[in-house]
Design a protein around this ligand. Structure first.
Ligand code: FAD
Ligand code: SF4
Length: 513
């Protein structure tokens, strides 16, 4: 016997914590209800970092508190208080017991979750209305239309399209600063003394709600990676806005210059740390972009920093979302380079002699964070050169970073980082030897390996594996306009040198297993 008449059942997912969502447009607390659920599968389908679990659950519970304050009718399933594993089970059960006129959800950030919600509604004979996600700057269908006109999507053109359409950093139909892109000014490294006078970012002391979740996670997720002691991520919109203000005032100025730089034990450098708040929708990308643009107008930050930062959000973030939905569910099946190695065990504990990897991995274990170049050119690069199965790499990234939601994680990992899409997202694989890491960081000074060496006891594993990668994929990249030179370099090496590199690579594979 079904109880209760609900006009609209609005499903709010853990990464949809925004009251300006389409679900709330005509929300009538007398007739409509919100449905939220904490589900074990969301933390366990990949073995989530403890901080990622705490962040999502705490932010959801804070959002639920606000729903109560607004007098909204909320059905909230708390972990430990129900037996359902996933959305399909939990929602089916709810619909079986309640009379609901229409079920509504904003497009989820994970294809799997959308399938589960659809399936629950189908099983219960319930019509599901999937609302467009107005958190994003791209309009519904805009990416699809843009794609129809091109053979090969490229972020730069999508970014220019969005700048023209929105007027962001535009004056009289021309890009502010005279060019679209200040990328060339975004690649500076620190000198040998390293970064100076960085203001430590604002972190947030866990409140009672967060502490309760932390206790629950400690008790129930002992086998999951990561540490909780340093948890300080924003869990409410108020905190997220404070963190944004802190970045704009203290770090944006130098963001552009040092965007690609790395330094040992320097976790945050000049990065914004807004990704988790954006992805939970505690922040809106439009307001983040406006804050940066305003800093430029007020001479608080130079154009190369402001453009560089806006490009990440208006360009990359919107682009990867477009690509995710355009190509799902195919993304997960791609393995263009036929990489079949398992992920080395040290990804889960940070125990390796390679200082760049150790520092980046231990940082992820401690904070659930790594900045872009650490993700792309240290952890991602090693996995690519090691030829790890893309699925393993994807699952590791989805589990380990507090900002990981599949729509943004998957194209970045499989496309940009692992070239599993065969060049759909990036025109060439992001490969480099240890010498790139040496140029952009202070890691190699403290490492027992030498970035220039590909053979011998002190050979840098990145450098050995870099040449081994070129040799393994020789046929694919020999005529490549941007990799041809590296292939020729390999060709010009003596047989003897090539043999010793291949031998060293083989030896590494035995040593690291
Ligand atoms: P900042 O360096 O301050 O950049 C500002 C903002 O720009 C970020 O907060 C983010 O919202 C956006 N941004 C920057 N680069 C990208 C990008 N390539 N794609 C989408 N948005 C971008 N980002 C995630 O949000 N979640 C992920 O799970 C994720 N996984 C990644 C995996 C790999 C292998 C790589 C190479 C990148 C990944 N990124 C991911 C993109 C990027 O590394 C992070 O957004 C960024 O490091 C977050 O830190 P921040 O907020 O300090 O970023
Ligand atoms: Fe990393 Fe190689 Fe440099 Fe060591 S020498 S820190 S392994 S790049």
């Amino acid at each position: 016997m079904k109880t209760h008449n609900i006009r609209r059942l609005c499903i709010v997912l853990g990464d949809q914590l925004n009251f300006d969502s389409a679900l709330f447009d005509e929300f009538d607390p007398k007739q409509d209800a919100i449905w939220m659920a904490e589900l074990a599968e969301e933390q366990r389908h990949v073995k989530s970092h403890k901080q990622r679990i705490v962040l999502f659950l705490s932010a959801m519970r804070h959002f639920a508190e606000q729903c109560h304050e607004y007098g909204f009718c909320l059905h909230y399933l708390k972990l430990g208080k129900h037996q359902f594993q996933n959305f399909e089970q939990a929602l089916s059960d709810f619909l079986a017991q309640h009379r609901v006129e229409s079920v509504e959800v904003v497009v989820p950030g994970d294809y799997r979750v959308l399938q589960q919600i659809k399936s629950a509604c189908e099983n219960q004979g319930q019509v599901l209305k999937v609302q467009a996600d107005r958190h994003f700057i791209s309009l519904p269908g805009e990416f699809k239309n843009w794609m129809t006109a091109r053979k090969q999507p490229r972020m730069e053109y999508w970014y220019r399209h969005l700048r023209q359409r929105t007027g962001v950093l535009m004056k009289n139909a021309k890009p502010v600063g005279g060019k679209w892109n200040f990328d060339a000014s975004n690649r500076e490294a620190f000198d040998s003394t390293g970064p100076q006078s960085i203001v430590a970012p604002l972190r947030f002391e866990p409140d009672a709600v967060t502490r309760q979740v932390m206790d629950w996670v400690v008790e129930n997720y002992t086998d999951h990676p990561g540490k909780l002691e340093s948890f300080g991520w924003p869990v409410t919109r108020t905190q997220a806005l404070q963190a944004l203000g802190d970045f704009i005032n203290n770090r944006l100025e130098n963001f552009g210059r040092y965007q690609d730089a790395m330094w040992p034990n320097q976790i945050w450098l000049f990065h914004s740390l807004v990704s988790s708040s954006l992805n939970l929708k505690l922040l809106n990308p439009q307001e983040v972009i406006e804050a940066a643009e305003q800093a430029y107008q007020q001479n608080k930050a130079p154009i190369e920093s402001v453009e560089g930062f806006i490009r990440q959000i208006l360009g990359w973030r919107e682009y990867v979302r477009g690509l995710y939905w355009h190509y799902m569910p195919d993304w997960k099946t791609w393995n263009a380079l036929q990489a079949e190695q398992p992920l080395p065990k040290f990804y889960w504990n940070g125990e390796t002699d390679m200082v760049c990897l150790r520092d980046s991995l231990q940082q992820v274990l401690r904070y659930g964070y790594g900045h872009h170049i650490q993700r792309l050119m240290v952890t991602g690069l090693f996995a690519l050169l090691w030829q790890v199965r893309p699925k393993d790499v994807h699952e590791w990234y989805l589990a380990m970073y507090v900002d990981a939601v599949e729509w943004v994680e998957l194209p970045n990992v499989l496309g940009m980082s692992q070239f599993a899409d065969g060049g759909l997202m990036a025109s060439k694989p992001y490969i480099a030897s240890g010498q790139y890491i040496d140029k952009m960081s202070g890691y190699c000074q403290h490492c027992r390996f030498k970035p220039k060496l590909a053979v011998g006891d002190e050979a840098c594993p990145f450098t050995t594996l870099y040449w081994d990668f070129i040799s393994s994929h020789y046929a694919r990249f020999t005529g490549h306009p941007r990799l041809g030179m590296q292939v020729r370099h390999w060709n010009n090496m003596s047989d003897e040198k090539q043999k010793s590199i291949k031998h060293k690579a083989k030896q590494l594979r035995i040593d690291f297993c």
